[in-house]
Design a protein around this ligand. Structure first.
Ligand SMILES: Nc1ncnc2c1ncn2[C@@H]1O[C@H](COP(=O)(O)OP(=O)(O)OP(=O)(O)O)[C@@H](O)[C@H]1O
Length: 296
């Protein structure tokens, strides 16, 4: 398997670095006509500074519900009914609306599957960056344009494109723009929920390689959700496996593949091709032709 996008684990377990994100006993319920349904059950985990932590698990296991709760993007019928979330020392669940607006982008940003939903189709890209910068106190037009050019350059988009509209870019470029915007205020954590799912395989890989390089340069941590376990094993320092709302296992992808502690985890990882295939089998990391890598 080409492990070019697999980053070196940035955290030395021997050092007492505090986690950037600390989630304790998190419970999220959905209000349904039949009463409350617990979708996230006493979930505990930390994300270290600069770490990429993946959340894996079958559809409906609660991954997105956890991610949305951490970003405080959950809306009724979802309710956080227990636990705590601390990001870089901030008690996230205690933030009021005003504090939340300042906190988002600055300390935490979110990249979701559809760039088109994140970008306003009737506004030039430069105007969307300007709105975000102005909302966070930067009013100098020249400075805003310089910073926008730098950010777009960081993801391989020329400054000459900044006054284009979103529809003038390809899907991969639009997602790059969203990532550039997500990094604009140097957040401590970027939540990425299926950020590359809508893109073709080559563009997916290019984009994640860029994110891996950028996070080494800028030091942000990533909470990464994808259905693509092969991609997850290459991109993440550690992976948590969710099953029916519980986090049942958390370790490095290598440890999990070699010695899974739960039977479910073993079955989950067995569904992706081996890292070092036996002679005569498909190339490392490549699914057999005609198959799609998804959760079992
Ligand atoms: N609006 C809702 N009302 C009631 N239950 C919901 C609602 N949204 C999600 N759920 C339930 O919450 C649970 C967790 O869903 P969630 O979307 O977080 O899972 P997921 O692991 O992210 O799935 P996927 O990979 O398909 O996105 C599921 O059982 C789902 O049915």
């Amino acid at each position: 398997m080409n492990d070019a996008i697999h980053p070196m684990a940035p955290v030395d377990p021997g050092t007492a670095v505090p986690p950037v994100l600390r989630v304790r006993d998190l419970c999220v319920d959905y209000a349904t006509p039949n009463g409350l349904v617990r979708a996230v059950k006493n979930v505990n985990f930390d994300v270290m500074p600069g770490e990429v932590l993946g959340l894996a698990g079958e559809s409906g296991s609660g991954k997105s519900t956890v991610a949305f709760a951490i970003a405080r993007l959950h809306r009724p019928p979802a309710f956080i009914t227990g636990g705590s979330i601390h990001l870089a020392g901030t008690d996230v669940l205690a933030l009021d609306d005003r504090a939340l607006r300042a906190w988002r982008w600055r300390d935490l940003s979110v990249v979701l599957q559809s760039a088109m939903n994140a970008l306003n189709p009737v506004l030039r890209v430069s105007a969307q960056f300007a709105d975000m910068f102005r909302a966070h106190g930067c009013r100098d037009r020249a400075e805003i344009r310089d910073r926008t050019a730098d950010l777009l350059g960081m993801v391989g988009i020329g400054a000459d494109r900044m006054d284009d509209y979103p529809h003038q870019f390809s899907g991969g470029m639009r997602q790059r723009i969203v990532i550039a915007m997500a990094l604009a205020l140097r957040p401590r954590l970027v939540v990425m929920d299926e950020p590359t799912t809508a893109l073709d395989v080559v563009v997916q890989r290019e984009l994640l390689e860029e994110v891996a390089a950028l996070r080494h340069r800028l030091g942000f941590a990533v909470l990464f959700i994808t259905h693509d376990l092969a991609l997850m094993s290459q991109f993440c320092d550690r992976v948590g496996v969710m099953l029916r709302g519980e986090l049942i296992e958390l370790s490095t992808p290598q440890a999990m593949i070699q010695a899974p502690r739960q039977e479910y985890t073993a079955r989950l990882w067995a569904s992706i091709p081996p890292l070092h295939p036996r002679p005569g089998t498909s190339p490392a990391g490549m699914p057999p032709a005609g198959t799609k890598e998804t959760m079992p």
